[in-house]
Design a protein around this ligand. Sequence first.
Ligand SMILES: O=C(O)c1ccccc1N[C@@H]1O[C@H](COP(=O)(O)O)[C@@H](O)[C@H]1O
Length: 211
Amino acid sequence: MTLIKICGLSTPDTLSAALAAGASHVGFVFFPPSPRNVGFDVANGLAQAVPNGRAKVGVFVDPDDALIDAAMAAARLNVIQLHKTAPERIAAIRARTGRETWGAVAVKTRADLDGARALSGAADRVLYDAKTPPGAALPGGMGLRFDWGLLDGFRHPLPWALSGGLDAGNVAEAIRVTRAPLVDVSSGVESAPGVKDAARILAFCTAVRGA
Ligand SMILES: O=C(O)c1ccccc1N[C@@H]1O[C@H](COP(=O)(O)O)[C@@H](O)[C@H]1O
């Protein structure tokens, strides 16, 4: 069964839609430039609606310890997802927090997969995401995808997940091509940047189950 992470949730209704649709993981973004950024009070309220057995994932971009600690306290995070964070720093965060820790690897070419090997021993899971253009406001959450064929034959050094430009229309094909054990979506279940859409969330989860 493919695990599903619905990322960038910021309202009770869309969180509820993700849980009802069968998401195994729900993501809260702690990165102020993102249209999906949540404050600690909002994150706290949302987290209380997540039952045991569903993982609460905090999404960060090279965060300092204070931000991680505040987010963990507010949202009782199960997983820490780190973008643009050096492997040594990922390892330190993992050791300090004791939380399951994911390292994002931005992929455009096969050479970028070397970044996954560097996470061996540092993270619990590699999240392959599409590389965003130089100077982009966000390192993820832009609805961009990479060539899934790049993963063909690659020996994954850790458990892994696929993200970047997934939506209800392409996720079954993405799973068929890559055999991803976990798929992660943000933009593809939105009606506008930062605005999650319950119908798109349901369509995405239904497509994953049909894959
Ligand atoms: O979603 C964001 O705003 C975000 C901000 C900073 C880092 C990562 C972010 N999102 C992650 O990006 C990928 C792919 O998103 P999309 O489906 O292509 O929109 C996903 O892992 C999100 O968690």
